[in-house]
Design a binder for this molecule. Structure first.
Ligand code: AMP
Ligand code: ZN
Length: 512
């Protein structure tokens, strides 16, 4: 078994899409992901003695091991609302899946076992040196949150370093054995360091990732934030998007549309009744992308990403996309002219489900019945299966928005005031999907809804989003008991068994 170390170049901008698909105009300066340098915002905080309340910096080490990626992050955040965030360390190793044409659960488990402790050890060398200035006066309301003074150090390679304030780990949903490795490592660290443990929800973390991006941006210059800080901390904007917003979570294991009303309240609006959209794209990638292109991609293959590259070699220049102006247009059969057709699933119903297994079945049937097909025909099939899948995602969004408009926006799932759709999960890397979402929102009268999406390394599974969720939960007073266990299925919606807070093992230090 071999593993590939993925250290993607860090794009310091959030992909924010409004009327057209375009990266944010302001590309923030790049720096090493392991850099220990202080950002301009940090320097500003540290140097000016006239600065009113200096804010303590919270530090967490976070672990993600729910599937086949082993990820560790050290994230630092200025305590309090609107606090800027910085990565001290962020690394990921993905299981080499090409031999198995996908995730191999047992070998992925082996990868976690072999890599995690080593990665944690490496991360500890990126903890702030104990001599680095650290402000300590501003409380954040969490009585366990104190982290200054000589006792709050760990020794790494003979050097004194700042001890994390708490340890964050993915508790679920995911593969139970894989989660257990991360969870037990995190428990060991929390016990050894005598700091709180936070076992967080992986899907909640995807939903909050755009808020992490806004905090990272604040750390990279954050003009607005700095001005507010200089005025004594008043009116400091919190992370964006602010609640409520819509979350479209699309990954290899999940497809869901939720109304994110607050940190722990994400009401389900639509969900998949079988496989996830990322799973469909991966399976179609294996069937349609030419073997030579797969071989050239190396050991670690994201088949869904290859499918997009194969379908649109010139990117947006190849789209030729006309959004369906009505639902009737959206559910039209596609006739290829080569003797095969594609039927959009769920055309008979407006139930709030996604159906991707049927679409995969149609592709398999076409390939079986058509016999040999050349690359051009494969490409046509790839384009249209993606179009139909993404229009289904967009179509359920339109239904949610228009049904709500009919209800005049009352009820507890009101979308009337929604201005932002936050898209996250690995499939959010797909530019064609983002183009379809934007185009359909515009043509159906929802151009006032902006789309935000994190940069690719934060869309796919990563420990940065886990660390951020830990930060938000910790600052809200939440901590986990040490006896928490992994959770294979863990809903976000409070109406489904209490959702995020419905599982045992949470305690709130503010209520104690
Ligand atoms: P996650 O489960 O969040 O780690 O995301 C992995 C999923 O993202 C896989 O199913 C991939 O197929 C999908 N994915 C990653 N990049 C892309 C892309 N550019 N286009 C489509 N899907 C992608
Ligand atoms: Zn995920």
């Amino acid at each position: 078994m071999s593993a590939t170390c993925l250290k993607p170049a860090w794009p310091h901008f959030a992909l924010r899409i409004h009327h057209s698909l375009r990266p944010r105009a302001r590309n923030l300066p790049s720096h090493s992901r392991l850099s220990l340098r202080t950002s301009p915002f940090q320097r500003c905080l540290l140097s000016s003695s006239s600065h009113p309340p200096k804010r303590r910096r919270l530090l967490t080490l976070a672990i993600e091991s729910s599937c086949d990626d082993t990820c560790v992050t050290i994230l630092e955040k200025d305590a309090g609302p609107g606090g800027a965030a910085h990565f001290r360390f962020d690394e990921k190793i993905t299981f080499a899946n090409v031999l198995f044409r996908g995730v191999h659960p047992i070998l992925a488990l082996e990868l976690h076992t072999r890599s995690l402790a080593t990665m944690v050890h490496k991360a500890m060398r990126a903890l702030p040196h104990a001599s680095e200035p650290q402000t300590g006066e501003a409380g954040d309301g969490n009585r366990d949150a104190g982290a200054s003074g000589g006792g709050d150090m760990v020794w790494v390679d003979g050097e004194p370093r700042r001890k994390p304030d708490f340890v964050t780990v993915t508790r679920g949903p995911g593969m139970r054995s894989n989660l257990t490795i991360g969870l037990n490592t995190a428990k060991g660290l929390a016990v050894a360091w005598d700091v709180p443990l936070l076992g967080v929800n992986h899907m909640q973390a995807h939903a909050l990732t755009s808020r992490l991006v806004s905090a990272l941006e604040a750390g990279e210059g954050g003009g607005q934030q700095r001005l507010a800080e200089e005025k004594g901390g008043e009116g400091i904007p919190g992370p964006t998007p602010e609640f409520p917003f819509l979350s479209l979570l699309v990954s290899g294991g999940h497809s869901m549309l939720a109304l994110s009303r607050s940190l722990n309240d994400h009401a389900t609006l639509a969900t998949s009744r079988n496989i996830a959209v990322g799973d469909l794209l991966d399976k179609c990638g294996r069937l349609l992308v030419p073997p030579a292109m797969i071989a050239a991609a190396g050991d670690t293959v994201v088949y869904g990403a290859l499918l997009e590259q194969f379908a649109f070699p010139r990117g947006a220049a190849d789209y030729e996309y006309a959004p369906p102006p009505t639902r009737r247009d959206e559910i039209k059969t596609f006739d290829s002219g080569f003797g095969w057709k594609l039927y959009p699933p769920l055309s008979e119903t407006v139930d709030m489900f996604y159906e991707f297994a049927g679409l995969r079945g149609q592709v398999q049937k076409i390939l079986r019945e058509q016999g040999s097909m050349n690359d051009e025909e494969h490409r046509l099939l790839a384009r249209h299966v993606m179009r139909i899948a993404f229009e289904q995602l967009a179509g359920r969004l339109m239904l949610a928005l228009s049904q709500d408009a009919e209800k005049k926006g009352d009820g507890d799932k009101s979308l009337r005031d929604i201005r932002t759709l936050a898209v996250a999960g690995g499939v959010a890397c797909n530019r064609y999907m983002m183009h379809i979402l934007r185009s359909m929102l515009d043509i159906r009268g929802f151009s006032h809804i902006g789309i935000v999406s994190p940069p690719s390394p934060l869309c796919t599974d990563n420990a940065g989003m886990i660390a951020w969720t830990g930060m938000e939960m910790y600052e809200a007073g939440w901590q986990s008991e040490l006896d928490i266990d992994p959770i294979r299925k863990w809903p976000l919606d409070p109406k489904e068994n209490g959702g995020i807070l419905g599982v045992r093992g949470w305690r709130n230090t503010r209520h104690d």
